[in-house]
Each structure stands twice: as C-alpha cells, then as structure tokens.
Design a protein. Structure first.
Length: 244
C-alpha cells in the first residue's frame, strides 16, 4: 500500500474504496494505522461487523401493490465503541446495502437514483455518496469484464494458471474498448457498441498472417535461414488441413 499510495505532502490521509469481497474490520483498522481511510460495501458475516444494522429485504402488500420494507432511503448506523472512527451502516436502495467506513461522513445527504425511469433524490449518509463517486469506474470495468462477453467465464479449464491469464485477456479487451471510447469522444464521433468493437477486433486478429509482421534484425545475431519453396508448401498444406 505504501508503494501504491505514497505519502502526499499536501494530503497526508488517503481514501481507499473497496467492494464487499475485500472489506473487513481488520483491513479498515490496518489501513487506519497507515493513515488511510476505507469505505466499502461488506459481507454481513464478516468478523466484527455490527449485526444490529444487518437488514433483510421484505415486502408487504398495500392497496394490492407490493411495497418494499424498509422503504428506499432508510439508513441504520452503528459506531464502534473502541474505535469511534469505524462506522457500520445499512442503506436501503433497491436492496439493502451494508457498508463499513473509517472516517466517512455520517451526515445526511442526497444521491440521485433512477426510480421508474426517472432520476430522483434519495436520502443517504455521506459515506454512500463517497462510495458512489469513487467506485463508479471500478463497477463499470467489472461489469464490462465479467458480465459481458467474458473470455474467462466462457472457457472452463482445470489448469489453474489459465484462469488468471484469461482474466488478463478480458482486462486488455476492456481497456482497449475504454481507450476507443475516449478517442472517439475527443474527435466528436460516436463510439462503437461493445459487441461491435469486439467483432471488429476479432476480424482484425483473424486477418493477421505471417506477412503482417516485420522481421527485426538484431546486431550480433545470425539471421534465420530463408525457408525453401518446399518448406513453404508443407506449411501451407498443414494450414489447410487445420482449417478442414
């Protein structure tokens, strides 16, 4: 963490945003010791989390319509007695959102949420607004990588090293798509849809052949021998057999 987030002369404290797979009370205290605040969603079964704020989504029928209980915008907050900086919170969105924060604001604010197709202000504690502000890019990247056209999820393997490799391929594809959108925005042109971009990329990769690459000459190394016409014929025959 000290390498990724070196101390800043203008701002000695930093804020780390995490999702529920990484957030824990132990991590929050460790980062607090390193002069770093933490705000993130959390799994409710994590050790040390306040069970008093844990809430399940329920519905009841009012005038033949199902109404969510508690209503959207409801907040429950618990403060750690031993470490007052730690705050456990439940904020009701479409589903209960359980969060842990060290140093996050508990003051009531409003966030914009889409309800029945329209954006409406919903009350929430300040730490929820901070989470939405800084976690948005990570959520979009995860959505593009894991929920849409994922190579990692489409390919099942027993080799442990192939799974992280395919995950890196997914990340490279998503990053390329993000760069494409930024470039098209700079030249005031509409970017391609995600699936259209991947189709174009696959077509370009399939068009790559041995003539696409330029042979690099390295000083002090022997040049490879030129392949004979017979060797080229054998390679072409093997390539055709693979296609068939």
């Amino acid at each position: 963490m000290n390498v990724l987030c070196p101390p800043s002369p203008t701002s000695p404290w930093r804020l780390v945003i995490t999702d529920r797979f990484y957030t824990s009370v132990k991590l929050a205290l460790e980062l607090l010791h390193r002069r770093m605040y933490l705000t993130g969603t959390i799994q409710t079964d994590r050790a040390g989390y306040a069970k008093e704020v844990v809430t399940a989504k329920k519905t009841r029928t009012v005038n033949k319509r199902k109404v969510m209980v508690p209503p959207q915008g409801t907040t429950k907050i618990a403060q750690n007695k031993q470490f007052p900086q730690l705050t456990a919170a439940m904020w009701m969105d479409r589903n209960p959102v359980h969060m842990l924060s060290s140093g996050g604001s508990r003051e009531p604010v409003t966030v914009m949420r889409r309800i029945h197709g329209n954006l409406q202000p919903i009350p929430a504690p300040g730490l929820v607004r901070d989470y939405h502000r800084w976690m948005g890019g990570v959520d979009i990247h995860d959505q593009l990588r894991m929920q849409r056209y994922s190579v990692q999820l489409a390919y099942k393997t027993r080799k442990y090293y192939k799974t992280p490799f395919l995950g890196l391929v997914d990340m490279a594809l998503v990053n390329a798509f993000i760069v494409h959108r930024l470039y098209r925005k700079q030249i005031n042109k509409r970017p391609m849809k995600h699936y259209a971009f991947l189709e174009m990329l696959m077509e370009q990769l399939l068009a790559v052949d041995e003539d696409t690459f330029v042979e690099i000459e390295v000083s002090g190394m022997k040049q490879p021998k030129q392949k004979s016409a017979r060797h080229h014929h054998q390679e072409e025959q093997i390539r055709r057999n693979r296609v068939l």
